[in-house]
Design a binder for this molecule. Structure first.
Ligand code: PMP
Length: 357
């Protein structure tokens, strides 16, 4: 393995090195076909095998039953902020949303363009925890939540209890722990954190929920089209689907989602334990809502933060600056982020705190 920069970016984010090496080979020659993955027709048998394998791996690793469809949509998660209400929020209906930060806020904004939205709970203004209590509208069409708020660094420990099908934006924690699909109508996730490249999203949706969607939208705006045509109504993002397959194969080889969860728990604990004892660094999220994927924290002074960011870059620790809306620092440590990296991070934080770096 080469010495790669430790990439704490929130997404696009670090990917397993084996996946990147396999992709290097596949760029020139996919499975001995003499044609690269970017060059194969999406209708040919070689890509057909890639699509089939990717879906099968996702179903196996995610323990996803036949009552759910596995779809690939050529767009990021933002696309679903509009597509979900367009499909499922009809005239005279209300959709309930949990407001836990920047990403759920954007989903709410898009849904409001389409129909009636009730905010069932909010963690504004600090967005340091998931809401303690939810109050639903009388008959919500669906209940939307963001399982992990990438910017504030909070995560639902379990899906909310809701009186309607759940719709989840799982962009920043998909496949970081076992899927809790029960009660979900639809889960969507942009791929660029735990699954692959940007510009493609994975959707796992209950078939009977998809069937209730609007029928008067353009075909590519209806989830049912993706389900009916195996995500091949038009040319899909063939390379994205290939990479997702490789990443999920890597997850399986690591021991699957239970093993991922254990490793992610361990990695996050190293950082949170450090922050909890530090006199100079302080975590943003409340302990019960702490994200295992994005750890947000601040220094007691701006100078300390600036020093840390400067030393980090010099030592090959990249992408630690917090999002502009929250400030401070953020360490994104998705599935593929190496365990060694969190130890290097706390070492440096400690050195900066004690004036040794
Ligand atoms: N939801 C969440 C939770 C995210 O973290 C992001 C991207 N960081 C998005 C949605 C938007 O994804 P995209 O840019 O792929 O549309």
């Amino acid at each position: 393995m080469s010495q790669r920069t430790l990439n704490f970016s929130s997404g696009p984010a670090t990917l397993p090195e084996e996946v990147l090496r396999n992709a290097q080979t596949a760029l020139l020659d996919l499975d001995g076909s003499g044609i690269g993955i970017l060059e194969h027709s999406h209708r040919g048998k070689e890509f057909g095998r890639v699509l089939e394998r990717t879906e099968a791996l996702i179903r196996e690793v995610g323990a996803i039953g036949d009552d759910y469809a596995v779809l690939f949509v050529t767009a990021g998660a933002t696309h679903h902020f509009a597509m979900v209400p367009q499909n499922f929020l009809g005239v005279g209906q209300t959709a309930d949303y949990c407001d836990t930060g920047v990403w759920s806020g954007k989903a709410i904004e898009e849904a409001r363009r389409v129909g009636a939205v009730h905010v069932a709970g909010t963690s504004a203004p600090a967005y340091a925890a998931t809401p303690r209590a939810l109050t639903f509208s009388p008959a919500p069409r669906y209940v939307h939540y963001t399982s992990n708020e990438t910017i504030y660094g909070t995560q639902w420990s379990a899906p909310p209890n809701a009186p309607a099908p759940l719709v989840c934006d799982a962009s920043s924690d998909i496949f970081s722990r076992p899927l809790a699909l029960a009660n979900h109508g639809l889960v969507y996730a942009g791929a660029q954190k735990n699954l692959g490249p940007s510009g493609i999203s994975l959707v796992i949706a209950k078939k009977d929920f998809i069937a209730t969607g609007a029928t008067d939208l353009p075909p590519l705006a209806q989830y049912r089209t993706y389900a009916a045509e195996a995500s091949m109504h038009n040319t899909p993002n063939t390379f994205g689907i290939y990479i997702i397959g490789e990443v999920v194969a890597w997850i399986r080889a690591q021991g699957g989602l239970a093993a991922m969860a254990e490793r992610n728990e361990r990695k996050a604990k190293v950082v949170y334990d450090f922050l909890d004892q530090s006199k100079a660094w302080r975590g943003h999220a409340e302990p019960a809502s702490r994200s295992r994927m994005n750890i947000t924290f601040r220094g007691t002074t701006k100078e300390l933060e600036a020093t840390m960011l400067e030393r980090a870059e010099a030592r090959g620790l990249s992408g630690l600056k917090g999002h502009r809306s929250v400030g401070g620092l953020r360490a994104s440590i998705y599935n593929a982020f190496p365990e060694e990296g969190v130890h290097r991070l706390v070492e440096l934080l400690d050195e900066v705190e004690h004036g040794r770096a």
